[in-house]
Write a protein that binds this ligand. Sequence first.
Ligand SMILES: [Ca+2]
Length: 273
Amino acid sequence: MRFFTSYEIEQDWDFMFVEAHEVRSDDWTTLPDANDKTSTVTGDSCAEGWVEQLHPFLAHYQGADCSPAGNTGSWNAATGSSGGGKEFVVDLSGYAGKQVEVSITYASDWSTQGLGVFLDDARVLVDGSTVAETSFGSADLGGWTVAGPPPGSAGNANDWSRGQQALEECSVVVTGDTVYLGFGLECLPPAARDDLVARSLTPPHRAAPPLMAARCADGPQTVGAPSVYAGYGHRRCGELYGCRGWDLCCTPPGMSPRWSASSNGGRSVTTRR
Ligand SMILES: [Ca+2]
């Protein structure tokens, strides 16, 4: 089985993985990615007790000592950032001749989620020929369903959803190394333009000088050292933190961007297209 994925999730605490079991059997295991995006490291969340406290189903794959072997299967999962869209490949040949149920899963710990996990173009191939596929682009998901959490886990604050748009278009989107502006900077002198881009790329924890301070000061709250953090949650964040009439998120001092992301929850996990 192959599919494309792009993910940005909390390193070593949150994981994306492929689960599989033979239908009518409890022999659940996880399957490694043939392109090496998965590892057997159980990370920090296991050591903090997420199997006992949050996701007892993971005892299928994680030992009480956080070894990557559980009651019925082994642990193979991806974490952190995929660095863009990548193809994920799992070998189902061990289930040849059997009925196998496969799940693409994202598991989060107690707090902090990143941008989330995006999926596209899932295919099952037999001897090189595609026998089933979906781009998740239509209401017919090709047999895939949003199954909800496994037994023992609490309800999901957010879940897979089919989306036609990965991110809401806005005036400015900032990533770790890019600034996308939906409006031109032609009106700015070159020095002011360079200054805007440079400040946009400065992470909040570096105590960036106030950017757009005058605009932020127009809002109902005083924002001491606003910094750019756009890309998701920005509109609502702007409303909350005083950038009234302005699309950028002004992160208050001491508040991490990730707080903004998780506070705007529902968008953290999305099925693309
Ligand atoms: Ca987390």
